[in-house]
Write a protein that binds this ligand. Structure first.
Ligand SMILES: [Zn+2]
Length: 379
């Protein structure tokens, strides 16, 4: 056996096993069993949980997913590991075609460079946040580059990514959006409803066309109204849709987080950071997609006051959910198994025989003590 950890409390995340022994062989979980083992390293009650999977992140500590630089993505992968992330979707904001082509090539190159032995979080592929979104709900996206769905352009970016576009955020009410959603879904790209003014009915039509995710539910969507429920309610009610939530307690209030969790969760809620390159850096002036961003007390805003992504980390998102009353098991699922499944990664985000040995050791306050990727200790 390559690695045996014992005396731990395992969250698979759906099940809790304690005391438990975890055995790793050839980079994968070999066995999980109840009880202690005299052979393993005894971690005396520490928590062992799957590594976090972030489906929506633009950067951190200065590393930018729009930079078109594979080295920046590899560095970002190492930085994110410190916050418990073992896999992520670099997410490109709306940009001119050239910029998106470069971002796509960089993701393909980073995936190649990581191979089977990544030194940081696994780069799963690209999430394109736009450019086919509603300028009326641009949020922190640069309106100059927002456009209508263009299948030929999308295909060129998809090719540049080596087929590694995993998700695209689209506003379903745009002209041509529904056939675009159907074609992208058929290609294996998950379509996420977001940056949208879609009505309830328009969002339902998008789900019928194949959309399976919601991009930062409630943010950059019509407000929920009891006679005009809008896209957010359509996504919450549709059993096929996994909804992203930015649980920094700034983007969405605690009662609305609880509402989403009670309606859809934990099986259909994916915690995301939507973190930006200014995350993890001191307060000050930065840039996002060519727009000036001001970070104050860790909250990033444009000049007009709109929230501009977050400075959140996945470990904090989990702690925040627990702090508002969500059971740990469910908060962990929303950061691990659910996002992995939403990206069709069946051997990630879960601790079970055969799954990748990507996992964390947490203390009782849910701070990351250790991180393993493919059974190798990275942190
Ligand atoms: Zn974003």
């Amino acid at each position: 056996m390559d690695l045996v950890l014992t005396g731990v409390e395992i969250y698979t995340p759906w099940e809790v096993i304690r005391p438990a022994t975890l055995e790793v062989r050839d980079g994968r979980i070999h066995r999980i069993r109840e009880g202690r083992s005299p052979k393993g390293e005894d971690l005396v009650g520490a928590l062992v949980v799957p590594g976090f999977v972030d489906l929506h992140i633009h950067g951190y500590r200065g590393f930018d997913t729009n930079s078109g630089d594979p080295e920046a993505l590899l560095s970002l992968a190492e930085v994110l590991a410190r916050f418990g992330v073992t896999a992520f979707l670099p997410t490109a904001v709306t940009a001119p075609r050239e910029g998106l082509l470069r971002a796509a090539e960089a993701v393909a190159e980073a995936i190649r460079a990581q191979g089977d032995r990544p030194r940081g979080a696994r780069v799963l592929g690209l999430h394109l946040e736009g450019p086919y979104i509603n300028p009326g709900k641009a949020g922190a996206q640069n309106r100059d580059f927002i456009r209508e769905p263009d299948w030929e352009e999308f295909l060129s970016i998809w090719k540049a990514s080596g087929g590694n576009i995993r998700a695209i955020t689209v506003a379903p009410e745009l002209p041509g959006a529904l056939p675009f959603i159907a074609k992208a879904s058929e290609l294996g790209v998950t379509v996420s409803i977001g940056h949208t003014e879609a009505t309830y009915e328009q969002a339902e039509a998008a789900i019928r066309a194949g959309a399976r995710r919601a991009t930062h539910l409630f943010n950059a969507m019509p407000r929920v109204h009891h006679r005009d429920p809008g896209a957010a309610v359509a996504c919450l009610l549709a059993s096929e849709v996994v909804a992203e939530l930015i649980a920094d307690l700034v983007h969405v209030s605690a009662p609305m987080l609880r509402l989403a969790w009670r309606v859809a969760g934990p099986e259909r809620i994916s915690l995301v950071t939507d973190a930006i390159p200014a995350g993890g850096l001191p307060d000050g002036s930065y840039e996002l997609g060519g727009l000036p961003v001001e970070v104050k007390d860790g909250v990033a805003r444009l000049g007009n006051g709109a929230l501009a992504g977050s400075t959140l980390t996945m470990d904090r998102a989990v702690r925040n959910m627990v702090s508002i009353g969500v059971p740990l098991r469910e908060a962990l699922a929303m950061a691990t198994a659910v996002p992995a499944r939403a990206d069709h990664r069946w051997d990630l985000g879960i601790l079970a025989p055969g799954a990748r040995a990507d996992f964390l050791v947490l203390d009782r306050e849910l701070h990351v003590q250790r991180l393993y990727i493919g059974g190798e200790r990275v942190l």
